[in-house]
Design a protein around this ligand. Sequence first.
Ligand SMILES: *Cc1c(COP(=O)(O)O)cnc(C)c1O
Length: 711
Amino acid sequence: MNPQSLSMPPRLNRLSELAKDLWWTWNPPAREVFRRLDYTLWRQTAHNPVLMLRNVSSDLLALAANDPDFLRAYDAALDALDRARTARDTWWLRHFPGNPGPIAYFSAEFALHQSLPIYAGGLGVLAGDHCKEASDLGLPLVGVGFMYPQGYFHQNVSPEGWQQEVYEHLNWADAPIEPAVTPDGSNCIVAVPLGHRSVLVSVWRVRLGRVKLYLLDTDLEENAPWDRELTARLYGGDRETRIQQEIVLGIGGVRALKAMGSTPVVWHLNEGHAAFVVLQRIRDLIESGQTFESALEEVRRTTVFTTHTPVPAGHDAFPFNLVETHLAGCWGTLGDYRDQFMALGSYDNGSGPQFNMTALALRTANGVNAVSQLHGVVTREMWAPIWPGLPDDQRPVRGVTNGIHVPTWLSTELMNLFDTYLSPDWRERHDDPDLWQRVNDIPDEELWHARQALRQYLFAFIRERARQRWRDERVSVARVVAAGTLLDPNALTLGFARRFTGYKRPELIFHNPDRLNAILNAPRRPVQVVFAGKAHPADETGKHHLQQVYRRAIDPAFGGRVAFVDDYDLHVAHFLVQGCDVWLNNPRKPLEASGTSGMKASINGVPHLSIGDGWWAEGYTGKNGWLIEGQPVKDATDIDAADASSLYDLLEHEVVPAFYDRDGGGVPRRWLQLVRQAIITVTPRFSARRMVKQYVDQMYAPALEGQKVEK
Ligand SMILES: *Cc1c(COP(=O)(O)O)cnc(C)c1O
């Protein structure tokens, strides 16, 4: 027991429970409790209440326990938390009064909050937002993933612009996790066969309101040193590590749920990483007396699979011998059907047949979906050999377009405006498009005031980071400039924050440096670009792109109007998507399956300037942002030039004039029309609320046959 828990006043005995339920992250009344308790510590810990409670002084706690205002906030937050966990008037229970469940959701990463660094990027954010929304809608969902003690890396950029990866060991006591327990009260530990040995996996529990997340961890004393390292890092290792991680996730995940007495009715595999779930499930069903065929049928009926990328390298495939080696101990009664099972994963993507995790998932899931409508088309084409002889429109892949968790991504400034001008129940109804027309009632001046304030917060954040680098690391003046010190808080600001990788073309805007320079340094109408993003540690090309962008940021020719903010994560993302003026996205079509950062920006009134790829192919209305449509070209190598030229045209003729065209009071009326349209059209349609409801109705429903009440 730590000394702090001894000095916790009895009146505040549920404070630590509130800190450990990440429900607080998207519920302002709960955040308010920690801000009030010790605002300095709240800032110093980067909003980590678990860490706060380990360090807050007992004097402050004693004061809080006797402060009526604090106690009111505390009681209100706990009441709301209890309601979130147990309410009966939820969307889910209205549709499924029998409350069937649970729904198991497997993902290799979950992005919930910066205090739990178990995510790399978009895939994790989607999983995290899915879980948060599931809690809000009342779904009995349990997530299964990994507890990576070293997480994904922190990014440092060298003076030459080269990315350096720094892994930090998470202090377990500072994280919002607790050991998961089995029904008999003991800590949940399961064994997973890897090759001919057995590896022990312990399970951590994270709470998110109604939803629980179980995180698998092999760092146990009983395990060999190399096995303890298996789950140390996200996407850290080689192919051998990767397949072993995937066995732990799939096989270990099913065993962990069983050990905890959980019997899911739907199994959702978010990406192919977890596809070994089906192996353990078929084996369990055979052990309970079924044939291979009926077991496979049952698994199909209850499995949902979401695929996330049209980029071939994004689909894990392993040589058969590697799979044979590591699965050696997993077969049990399934051993007689080993060839049938291996055939389920066999796929030739051009370089000979391999065991492909996506192919395995496609062949064993009834419900398969891509993450935008366009990605659905691309996926049906890309995986055609899985369904030999089936024409395009009959291949069973739907499109469920991604969405974002609105309470997580919407700024407080805009929430306050919506409280005033939308109907009082806008939070409950935020996926209703009609409701959003009321955004037209917000006066221009107030909307502009909110947008200006959000830009100021971004610059305060950027400057403070630059100042700390300068003070603590004594970096060069050029690097202080590159970090954004010379940015103008009143200038039109473009944001580009995403993984640095070839197809996202981070350098496209520099295609014609002179033309860009004329745009950035135009007299009285300055434009600036803020970049952020990590390259995958093994992606050398991505790191070269990053270096090229960094070179522009330190090049005096651009006059300090290009900045690179390092260590992109959820915290940085919040500032960027809320504080920029325009969100830039220029992937090589059709390689961006969906993209979600542009949705986060749009709901905050930051219009999207994007290629018509991913979600923008269905999100662009002609009035809510801009579409980069390069002229048709004969030669693929000319695409970049054509797209860049279209981007410059839009900036010169549309974006810059709309932003700087002001009335007598300095308000950009035309710009605010775009801001409004972005909010009105994107918030309901690209919310996680719309998305999760669609998953339930289209993907989970077949497995819940007969349970649904039509409303
Ligand atoms: C939203 C988000 C992403 C995904 O954004 P894309 O538009 O898909 O590139 C990646 N990383 C972080 C930290 C995010 O918040």
